[in-house]
Design a protein around this ligand. Sequence first.
Ligand code: NAP
Length: 473
Amino acid sequence: MSKAEIGLIGLGVMGANLALNIAEKGYPVAVYNRTTSRTGTFFENAGELRQNIVPCATLEEFAAQIKPPRPIILMVQAGKAVDEQIEGLRDFLSPGDIIIDAGNANFRDTIRRFDELENSGLTFIGMGVSGGEEGARHGPSIMVGGEKQAYERVESVLKSIAAKFEGEPCCAWLGHGGAGHFVKTIHNGIEYADMQMIAEIYGILRDGFGMAASDIGAIFSEWNKGRLNSYLVEITAAVLETEDPDSGAPIVDRILDRAGQKGTGRWSAIEAQMMGVPATAIESAVAARSLSAERGLRQMAAKAYGGTPAASGTTPDADFIRDLELALFAGKIAAYAQGFAVMDQASEEFQWNLPMPTIARIWRAGCIIRSQFLGTLAKSFEADPDAENLLLIGDFVEMMKEAHPSLRRIVAHAAVNGLPVPALSAALGYFDSFRQARGTANLIQAQRDYFGAHGFERIDQDGEHHGPWGSGL
Ligand code: NAP
């Protein structure tokens, strides 16, 4: 007799923790992993939760152990592995079964998989899961896309394993097709910007002033009590205050300055560009991570140009520290404005009708960008659901008015002192361009007409015009 309510394939970091989370919430779960030994090890280590886990060595056995209609979560490597796994599984499934891809899929792949499974009798859900290992085990933020009826069949399991914010599950159906994976992608894009801007502030204190990691950690720790309260600021403080057990030095000083990336940040930047939505803080963060990987080139350039100027060795005063805090806050507002603007445009293009306040609400707990800020953001979107840009919502106008002068001073300080702040300066550039009622594209229009006869609009006459540029035009 079938025992499991749900199945899960892929017992890597995320899958194993998600399976334990499901079992802990009282849902018997069948598990399968391509490498069978991993299934055995997982089961052996599951302790008391073993009573709710059904380990399976073959896909046939796996399918037979789940009560039909079968909901099956795939938590395997994104890309080709998902297609291979769906293909391998299909022979053992029946009409009505639901395949849930919970990995970090590109939403365009998710849309393709929907199309490929259409008329097969199987249903597909594309589900973004955020929160890393800890979130998967104790409550992630879950962003679901697909047929609403299919979601409703798994809603109770998903809500029970999701993070809770003041009792409210951080799990929601966000729209059809690739909506869930798209929102997860933008979540990660915003996460890149958040992390990069934090790292830039750290760089100003480390390289500009020569401050010790633990002293910088104490500043982040303090900020975590205020408007910047967030998981990323909290872990930044913890990281900076941690010693290397081998040397006793701050561990961060022993870590190579080269960060990897798996694609979601880059996809955010690509999709923003494809839709013509400026997301410069996110793009700069992705680019900064790529440049971090070019360590050899950076070392050559440091030799050629003399590298970052020596630290002043002075201690930043309280006004400067407050400017840093507000600069980070202003940069954060600009990055979130950009991320939500990208989602707004995608919602229109893909007819998802994305619920922005709900997205902000399900990001308040469980996910990597969880913060106090998202609570304010959710309330603001609820009060003004038709707002076209976060920077135009009342509360945010007030917050940005207070914070942008600090962002300006910090970016200027960094520029003068040769300290790189690509994401913070992109955020400032975006803000200044955004609030410029008369921009400089009149000149761009004229240039395009001059060299390409593209025509231009005038402020004082209707229609398309050409300039008196010369005899050839
Ligand atoms: P992981 O620890 O590297 O595990 C990868 C899993 O995929 C393993 O179970 C592996 O099976 C399986 N796999 C790989 N290629 C396969 C194939 N061709 N066919 C079948 N199974 C295959 O990865 P992870 O960190 O758990 O990530 C899983 C998914 O969650 C990814 O899409 C990732 O982007 C996403 N995600 C990760 C995080 C995170 O913080 N780690 C957060 C959110 C989302 P074997 O044991 O046989 O190799």
